[in-house]
Design a protein around this ligand. Structure first.
Ligand code: TMP
Length: 215
């Protein structure tokens, strides 16, 4: 089977935790699956991630930032995502191309047509079967962040509000491929909502499975 699931959301929304819970649940259900993330997931991607997130150093222009994320994505596609899908694994990816539209498009103000073109090149036109958006008001999530903030977390509130608006607008244009969840719900409830939806996409419907509890 070929199933590509991505997680999206603003800072501190809990998507990495939920991506991991889903990946573990797939394993429990004997569904071959991998968990990966952006930016990163490859040796090259991890080096670029470090440059993109560091607080100090030379200023990165929005255009350069766009190409750096695209470079990470192109490498992750070639090295990790395509091979896993070709082997019939479910791929769970923490952030993907929609992050670029939200952050570099809505956040930085780069042209969405240009972003689409570059995203299509980097992803070789691969689109997620399902994107799970954990939606949260940025003021709440950023206030919770106590550790040292990275280059993106240091952006002002209006930037993060535009990112959120970008996600919600994009999700609204394609409701069949997006699942929008209120990130303030209890962690367990969120993972149940996600499993409900993902299990419908698996070849063997949930009614025929012996369900194991969520981790
Ligand atoms: P995270 O992996 O800890 O979420 O950090 C990644 C940061 O990079 C996060 O602030 C969102 C940002 N980002 C973009 O601006 N554009 C992108 O295309 C991606 C994948 C991430």
């Amino acid at each position: 089977m070929k199933l590509f699931i991505t997680f999206e959301g603003g800072e501190g929304c809990g998507k990495s935790t939920q991506a991991r819970i889903l990946w573990r649940k797939l394993h429990q259900e004997n569904v071959p699956a991998i968990l990966t993330h952006e930016p990163g997931g490859t040796a090259l991607g991890n080096e670029i991630r470090r440059l993109l997130k560091r607080r100090q150093g030379s200023h990165i222009s929005p255009q350069a930032e766009l190409f750096l994320f695209a470079a990470c994505r192109g490498q992750l596609l070639a090295e990790v995502i395509h091979p896993a899908l070709a082997e019939g694994r479910v791929v769970v990816c923490d952030r993907f191309a929609h992050s670029t539209l939200a952050y570099q498009g809505y956040g930085r103000g780069l042209d969405s047509t240009v972003i689409d073109t570059i995203n299509n090149l980097a992803t070789q036109n691969l689109k997620p079967d399902l994107t799970i958006l954990l939606d949260t008001p940025p003021e709440q999530a950023l206030a919770r962040k106590l550790s040292l903030k990275d280059r993106f977390e240091l952006e002002d509130l209006s930037f993060h509000r535009r990112v959120r608006e970008g996600y919600l607008k994009t999700a609204a244009t394609d409701p069949n491929h997006w699942l929008v969840i209120d990130a303030s719900l209890p962690k367990r409830k969120i993972s149940e909502i996600i499993w409900d939806q993902v299990s419908q996409l698996l070849p063997c419907p949930p009614s025929l499975r012996t369900e194991s509890p969520l981790p």
